[in-house]
Design a protein. Sequence first.
Length: 454
Amino acid sequence: MGDTTIKSQANSMLDAFKHGGIKTKLSFFIMGASNFLNKQFIKGFLFLMTEILFVITFVTQVIPSIHGLITLGTTAQGVQKQVVDGIEMNVPVAGDNSMILLIFGLASIIFCLVFLYVYWCNLKSARRLYELNRDNKPIPTFIEDLKTLYDSRFHMTLMFIPIIGVIVFTILPLVYMISIAFTSYDHNHLPPKNLFSWVGLQNFSSMLTGRMAGTFFPLLSWTLIWAVFATFTCFFFGILLALLINTKGVRGKKIWRTLFVITMAVPQFISLLIMRSLLADAGPLNTLLQNWGWIDSSLPFLSDGTWAKFSIIFVNMWIGIPVTMLVSTAIIMNLPQDQIEAAEIDGASRFQIFKSITFPEILLIMTPNLIQQFIGNINNFNVIYLLTGGGPTNSRYYQAGETDLLVTWLYKLTVEAADYNLASVIGIIIFVLSAFFSLLVYTRTNSYKQGGVS
């Protein structure tokens, strides 16, 4: 639909250029010309000033910035020995900063794209004036055009400032991060003292088939295993808990719900740090088991890789099950009771009712939330970092431990190792994985199919 609209507008522009007079044709080269010639002086002046400022900025700023984006600098900053007042001193020597050149280069490209949009608006204005003249309709004044911004186009007026914010604070940083993945920006090439350069797909090759593959693929496998178990254990046990509490004949339902909700009221980092102390080799749990004579030596809940992974999944269940329980409770309380009563009259067991009525209804409503939880677990930094810190260490891994997820490895590569290029590659891979699994799963669910039908 979007491509069809753009093609239609483009054809309309070409038609206006072919059949329009000098007023219309000039606007393709001098912005605002059609507005000036149709006595829309203020609007024409704004378009013309935009073009003049763009040309000046393009010559003085954009061209050097694009050149800097291509080269990423040719002279590194450093020091040079000079004699000052008879004393030999190290004097700083100005040079290029690859990081600044990259940011300004990307900003220049975005600036050009914004100008192209304004240029397109100029052409749309010229086409509209051509159509009004062709149909012998009155030309709107500047005040009348302004009124449309507060009337039929009020939504566009409200979106103007947020769009500028998105461009500056979201799109530019995102494009910058993606660009880093194609450079040599690591601990050996840190600006401003050192320059980094473009390396193409070398970082991706290193991550997938090179020296980083021995760390990447084990962490990728663990990330996916963790995301699956962390999501579905909380989901199924949360539903089970909700069913048990809402079973007819159970007393004190509100008390039971309140007890489990307390885990949600406590900040997550407090619960994780308490669990970390509780499960430590010399922690209260191991001490208690030893005092009871059940074990001779401490169980490595967090100090052994396999034990630590099971411990993490168990602790996450403690934190995540109450959330699913609350959502499931709301769904169970609003189930169609007439269907359940009819099934009971027909002799259906509780398991059959759960299988045919309760669970499908819960799954239909919670599928989008389930996908969100899965993606959130792929990027679940808090549970891993606060509970194990990614440990225990593994000498075969680069800047990573046995329980590190891709996202915690990304953090370590950025903050501890300063390998920003590799961290950027991981960020791109995490995004691709999240988008792939979200689209793959969601488009095959009843939530998507029924939503599309409605």
